[in-house]
Design a protein around this ligand. Structure first.
Ligand SMILES: Nc1ncnc2c1ncn2[C@@H]1O[C@H](COP(=O)(O)OP(=O)(O)OP(=O)(O)O)[C@@H](O)[C@H]1O
Ligand SMILES: [Mg+2]
Length: 134
């Protein structure tokens, strides 16, 4: 499992969301962020004469995905966010140790969810039965 964290330009977010949908990546958390990269938030670094960085608005997207979805997810974010200009954003990929779906108490790749979450209720009963038997 991987946790993918991406920072994108706010004006590209709609396109990113569309591309993720096309790639069948539906689960995500999104928040407003402020940040800066290489240019310290200034378009021309030579003019950045202050001792501070300038924080620009970005959208932060977090997606927990199963391993076979990681590359598709990264590609979709790139397709949606890339304008080939500075500040297009960054994607961080972290190993994800565990995931728990609270409703069903499923864990691991099952909890992240595939395309068939309708099996969850059945699985939940199985897990509960196994628990009660233990
Ligand atoms: N090393 C980093 N650590 C944490 N957040 C970062 C880092 N680099 C970039 N970010 C986040 O990503 C956003 C976009 O970064 P940005 O695309 O400007 O990166 P960059 O390295 O400056 O590349 P570019 O030269 O294409 O602008 C930043 O505003 C910040 O929120
Ligand atoms: Mg930059």
């Amino acid at each position: 499992m991987k946790l993918i964290i991406a920072y994108v330009k706010p004006e590209r977010f709609k396109e990113v969301k569309k591309e993720l949908y096309k790639a069948e990546v539906f689960r995500m958390s999104v928040s407003k962020a402020r940040g800066c990269g290489e240019q310290k938030g200034f378009i021309e670094i030579l003019r950045a004469t202050t001792q501070e960085v300038n924080l620009l608005p970005k959208i932060r997207i977090e997606l927990a995905v199963n391993d076979d979805f990681a590359e598709k997810t990264i590609d979709a974010i790139i397709r949606g966010a890339r304008t080939e200009t500075m500040g297009d954003g960054k994607i961080f990929v972290l190993p994800l140790e565990e995931c728990v779906r609270i409703r069903t108490v499923e864990r691991g790749p099952d909890a992240i969810g595939g395309l068939s979450s309708q099996v969850s209720e059945k699985k939940r009963r199985e897990i509960e039965a196994r628990r009660n038997a233990a």
